[in-house]
Design a protein around this ligand. Structure first.
Ligand SMILES: Cc1cc2nc3c(=O)[nH]c(=O)nc-3n(C[C@H](O)[C@H](O)[C@H](O)COP(=O)(O)OP(=O)(O)OC[C@H]3O[C@@H](n4cnc5c(N)ncnc54)[C@H](O)[C@@H]3O)c2cc1C
Length: 465
């Protein structure tokens, strides 16, 4: 069955009494912009456009943050990792590291990071690295090895040079939900289980045909602009609009150990390569990563040799890691900008910066490729500038100066009065103030995630189960 959704009808079906007015402006019948993909880039884009006063919905085929943005390394880059080979991305990283620390400190742990030289080649890289850091303006300090060992007792005693950089840890789920919640409060809808199957022109508008994965039928939504923020799947979504966009899907694996070994992020002092970083994430340590280009985006799994390799490389920096059991491993896909044709080089040498494509046909269709979790806000700001200009909207981006909602997820839940979850609310209230408050925050974010996405579906008259 094909259900053609005129938003004006849906608007009457719901009663937007929530903070931020759900689905602002649906009564006019057409969205200003539809964003395909509910990863971190699609969500920031939804927020950016909603803050410019546009009527916007984010459309996600699964659950928000369910793909790469929920399976990355957790590093809020200082940019040091890319300073030598990819200075543009490095400079985006340090500037976003500062912005996010200001507006989303609740999702970030200011751990700091060490780069550690273990061999003569590592030592030789130091000169190049320090020059590049100075050039880009990434602050760093050489740390006497004895001091580094005192600070991080698990560090390999054979470390030759250690420098400290402002690497931090970003908690993925906290950030994803905070951006979604803020977008929702600003009037955006965040719609899950809707897969964009076709994008076509209809006069001045674009029509997106969506498969409702909960109900099994089709829904059509209209907008003046459609943004393809499908990450690794951006090439596939572009095809569904009848155009080309080149993405280089580059998979990587991470291994989780059930103990936090360091306070800081520990990087190997060498050009970015496989197995050169350990991130302390909550009470665990995550070692990574690898880089290989994949064609089948749906079936990427860690393999045993990768886990062994990553453990070995991590143990060169933190010997104790080899004694820990592996809690789990996961693989996800970077949506990189395609360069060259040499697959084995391309994954590591490709820029971590981003590209915004304004397709000439269908008019009003935009694709974004590249970026990082760290730089997603900036990507969305640039995308927002392009789309706002196309739509004739003069308002500038405000995301860099507006703190995100979600600081206190327990309190946020109480403020979303329409959530059908009185029982859940009581359970979460019982956690707050007790010994498990910090650990329970994740459950509160999960409940907020549910509230925002369920209310968004309801606003369009779509069932939630
Ligand atoms: C191994 C690895 C480690 C990384 N580590 C870091 C790190 O430590 N720090 C950092 O800053 N960055 C890191 N990154 C990069 C970062 O994770 C990604 O750049 C970022 O998460 C990509 O976000 P995205 O929104 O573009 O893609 P995604 O999060 O993948 O979102 C795209 C979404 O589009 C949806 N979608 C696809 N097709 C459709 C359709 N037809 N209709 C509707 N929805 C659709 C998908 O379901 C998905 O949810 C890492 C990446 C990898 C792979």
């Amino acid at each position: 069955m094909l259900v053609f959704v005129r938003a004006s009808v849906l608007y009457r079906a719901s009663s937007p009494s929530q903070p931020g007015e759900w689905g602002r402006g649906l009564a006019s019948g057409v969205f200003d912009a539809l964003v395909i993909g509910g990863g971190i880039i699609g969500l920031w884009t939804g927020l950016d456009l909603a803050m410019r006063g546009l009527r916007v919905a984010v459309l996600e085929r699964g659950v928000i943050g369910g793909e790469t943005s929920g399976k990355f390394h957790g590093l809020l880059h200082s940019g040091a990792r890319y300073a030598v080979r990819d200075p543009v991305s490095a400079s985006e990283c340090i500037s976003e590291n500062r912005v996010l620390s200001r507006i989303a400190s609740h999702a970030i742990e200011d751990t700091g990071g060490y780069f550690v030289a273990l061999t003569r080649e590592d030592e030789e890289y130091y000169e190049e690295l320090s020059k590049a850091l100075r050039r880009i303006g990434i602050p760093f300090r050489e740390v006497p090895v004895e001091e580094a060992r005192r600070e991080e007792p698990e560090l390999n005693p054979g470390a030759r040079i250690v420098i400290e950089v402002p690497d931090k840890v970003v908690y993925g789920r906290d950030m994803v939900v905070s951006v979604a919640l803020t977008a929702f409060r600003e009037g955006a809808l965040v719609l899950e289980h809707l897969e964009a199957m076709e994008i076509r022109s209809a006069g001045e508008e674009l029509v997106v045909r969506l498969q409702d994965r909960l109900r099994g039928d089709s829904v059509e939504l209209r907008a003046r602009a459609v943004i393809n923020a499908a990450g690794p799947w951006a090439g596939e979504v572009a095809k569904r609009a009848g155009v080309r966009a080149e993405v280089m899907p580059t998979a990587g694996t991470m291994v989780v150990y059930p103990r936090r070994l360091t306070r800081r992020v520990i990087n190997r002092m060498r050009p970015p390569s496989d197995g050169d970083i350990v991130v302390p994430y909550g009470s665990s340590s995550i070692a990574g990563t690898t880089a290989f280009i994949v064609e089948d985006l749906e079936n990427v799994e860690p393999v045993e040799e990768e886990i062994e390799f990553l453990t070995r490389e991590a143990a060169a920096m933190l010997p104790r890691i080899a004694e820990l059991p592996v809690a789990r491993a996961y693989t996800s896909i970077r949506p990189l900008i395609r360069i060259g044709s040499e697959p084995e080089k391309a994954g590591r040498e490709a820029t971590r910066s981003f590209q915004v494509i304004a397709h000439s046909e269908p008019r009003g269709f935009f694709t974004v490729v590249g970026g990082k979790f760290t730089t997603a806000r900036l990507v969305a700001e640039k995308l927002g500038d392009t789309v706002a200009k196309y739509l004739g909207v003069g308002k500038r981006s405000r995301t860099s100066e507006t703190p995100l909602a979600g600081q206190d997820p327990y309190q946020e839940l109480r403020e979303l009065k329409n959530i059908d979850g009185a029982l859940l609310q009581r359970v979460l209230d019982s956690i707050r103030g007790g010994m498990d408050e910090e650990r329970g925050r994740l459950a509160a974010y999960a409940a907020l995630h549910y509230a925002v996405t369920a209310m968004s579906r309801k606003a369009l008259g779509l069932p939630t189960a």
